[in-house]
Design a protein around this ligand. Structure first.
Ligand code: F6R
Length: 602
């Protein structure tokens, strides 16, 4: 899940550029950070390393310039959160520095062998092993060829070292003597970039904005050698040279900036109406093609994790209701225990913002092994899932930088709603209802609604528990609302299907227990309101999110009535409430503890 970044240039660039890139990548993990760069000295160059546990401080002492540097922001897996375990890691000669994203699954036996042969380890991480493996491979390659420091030898050594490790990994290697970087990966993402100032490599294209004009998503079967003269690509198995197909980097600085908002979370919540408009403008044809694939399939599965998993669940309700079609919504990490039904006529639709979630990738790979067709609703278009899928619908949500997913969630719902209507032969109805949803979202974001949400946040700021109920289309909304609240406020929030209350949950309700109730004007209204009344009569404090007031509500947050698009609108006040609570509790809304945005490890 970590973020990695590096550059090499013909001239000296500010090392602070790496730190800035790490700030952009911090959403991938923020347990520790570190940088390494070449320091030219009259007595000989050396590698300076600076690393520490904790988040990047807002201000750092001035950093020098250098022709080559790399950096890392960590989500800890093996080895505690300490300065020593922060990356970069060096080999014994301190001429190789590595940064790593992933887990070396066979690290134990490798470390034992390396220690037996005299390597000295400075950390408890699996990552450091790669620096020492590479040191050995490089020495072997140089002895065998009797040539020293040829660029291809470095590639050869990286290929050999990489072949010895197991797992899903991405590395950037800095080789001081040849002043070159090497990038290599298996599943975990790496993007190369070329700009006027030099060559760059990053876990995510967003960190290349402002540096690169052209980018290339490195493939698993490739190794990239980055030198001041430019990048070269090699086949990871044979070592044969390869020709990359560069593409233009279309992201602009405005896409990744805060744009006047104090946090990315609130910026991205506010972007939602614009994203749905973009979907209506740009993704209609994709929705039609996806509908055709579904039409042809015999068995459709939606897979996703967390918020994307709730979008999948909501999709199954939308398909049942609008398209009269059964689809299976499966949590991606559980898919391998349910894949036995798959045939070559099945269609598996992966829902994922990042396109790098390892459980989703595994589900997609399982589907492909069984000959099923794979489609993806994915936000990051160069991602692994986008490349594995037979057909992709881009979410068009723009970079989602807060760790919490918001705009990618409603983008998935909008596309699924459109597809359901297309399957039903009522595309124009789908388009109309999405326009109503856009208006409804704008109303939910207006100051009048915000004032009510802020008042609720004041009331709940010290709450320990919170319950959320909905039925039908609003059941996935209840789950998603509870997830938003718990992950950013650390309040224990639980989402339930309203009908489940009396089957156990109501035992938790006591005087003052806050309960959010989603009650759109659909067929669920009478039953969800009677559930709300039952909670109220046991002392529960009821916040009703609904187009109409009701006697069951202590507080009413009015929202627009938008028919079947209600899940796109009702979630907005819950997203805002989660944000307002986080701010009031003094928490960082963009970087909740223990989380990272791209879950690239199991
Ligand atoms: C919650 C959240 C996560 C992600 C999940 C899947 O706010 O962001 O639950 O939705 O990790 O991520 P993607 O969509 O990138 O596969």
């Amino acid at each position: 899940m970590c973020g990695i970044f590096g550059f090499v240039s013909r001239r000296e660039l500010p090392v602070a550029l790496v730190v800035d890139a790490l700030r952009t990548l911090e959403y991938r993990g923020y347990d520790s950070w570190g940088i390494a760069y070449e320091v030219p000295e009259s007595v000989g160059t050396y590698l300076a390393v600076f690393k520490q546990a904790g988040r990047l401080p807002p201000k750092l002492p001035p950093l020098p310039t250098s022709p080559i540097a790399l950096g890392h922001t960590r989500w800890a897996t093996h080895g505690g959160v300490t300065d020593e375990n922060a990356h970069p890691h060096l080999d014994c000669t301190a001429t190789l520095a590595i940064v790593h994203n992933g887990i070396i699954e066979n690290y134990r036996p490798l470390r034992e062998t390396l220690e037996r042969t005299g390597h000295h380890f400075r950390s408890d991480t699996d990552s450091e092993i790669f620096a020492h493996l590479l040191e050995d491979s490089l020495e072997r390659a140089m002895t065998e060829s009797r040539l020293s420091e040829s660029p291809d030898l470095l590639v050869e050594a990286v290929r050999q070292a990489f072949a010895q490790i197991r797992g899903l990994n991405a590395f950037i290697v800095l080789h001081l003597p040849s002043r070159q970087l090497v990038a290599v990966k298996s599943t975990s993402p790496l993007v190369l970039g070329i700009g006027t100032d030099g060559v760059f490599v990053s876990s995510d294209a967003v960190a290349l904005v402002g540096h690169a004009d052209r980018i290339y998503y490195l493939r698993d079967d490739e190794v990239a050698l980055l030198s001041p003269d430019g990048p070269r690509l090699f086949d990871r198995c044979t070592g044969e040279p390869r020709q990359p197909q560069w593409e233009l980097l279309t992201l602009r600085p405005a896409d990744t900036s805060l744009g006047g908002f104090p946090h990315y979370l609130i910026k991205e919540i506010h972007e939602q109406p614009r994203v749905i408009k973009r979907i209506l403008r740009e993704r209609l044809e994709d929705a039609r093609q996806l509908a055709e694939l579904i039409q042809r399939s015999y068995g459709t599965f939606f897979v996703g994790c967390g918020t994307a998993g709730y979008a999948a669940l909501c999709g199954s309700y939308l398909f049942s209701r609008i398209a009269r079609r059964h689809v299976n919504a499966v949590i991606a990490s559980e898919f391998k225990y349910q894949e036995h039904f798959l045939t070559d006529r099945s269609l598996v639709i992966a829902l994922t913002q990042s396109g790098e979630t390892v459980d989703v990738i595994e589900a997609v790979q399982a589907a492909k092994r069984r000959g099923a067709t794979v489609a993806a609703l994915v936000n990051v278009t160069g991602s692994t899932v986008a490349r594995l899928a037979d057909f992709t619908v881009p979410l068009s949500a723009g970079p989602e930088q807060s760790v919490l997913s918001t705009k990618a969630y409603t983008a998935k719902l909008a596309i699924l709603l459109l597809v359901a209507h297309i399957l039903n032969g009522s595309e124009h109805v789908g388009i109309d209802v999405l326009w109503r949803a856009i208006d409804g979202m704008e109303q939910a974001l207006a100051p009048a609604t915000l004032d009510r949400i802020r008042a609720v946040a004041e009331h709940l700021v010290d709450a320990e528990h919170c319950y959320v109920i909905g039925r039908g289309l609003s059941y996935p909304t209840a789950l998603e609302a509870a997830l938003k609240i718990k992950e950013v406020t650390y309040i224990h929030a639980e989402g339930f299907a309203g009908g489940e209350l009396k089957h156990g949950v109501i035992a938790l309700i006591q005087d003052g227990s806050p309960c959010l109730v989603f009650s759109p004007l659909d067929e669920t209204r009478p039953d969800i309101l009677s559930g709300a009344m039952e909670v109220r009569s046991r002392g529960g404090w009821i916040i009703g999110i609904s187009p109409e007031p009701d006697e069951a509500f202590h507080v009413h947050i009015p929202i627009a009535d938008v028919g079947d698009a209600s899940p796109l609108v009702t979630i907005v006040p819950a997203q805002l409430l989660a944000y307002e609570l986080a701010v009031r509790r003094g928490l960082d809304p963009d970087k909740p503890r223990n989380l990272a945005k791209s879950v690239t490890v199991k």
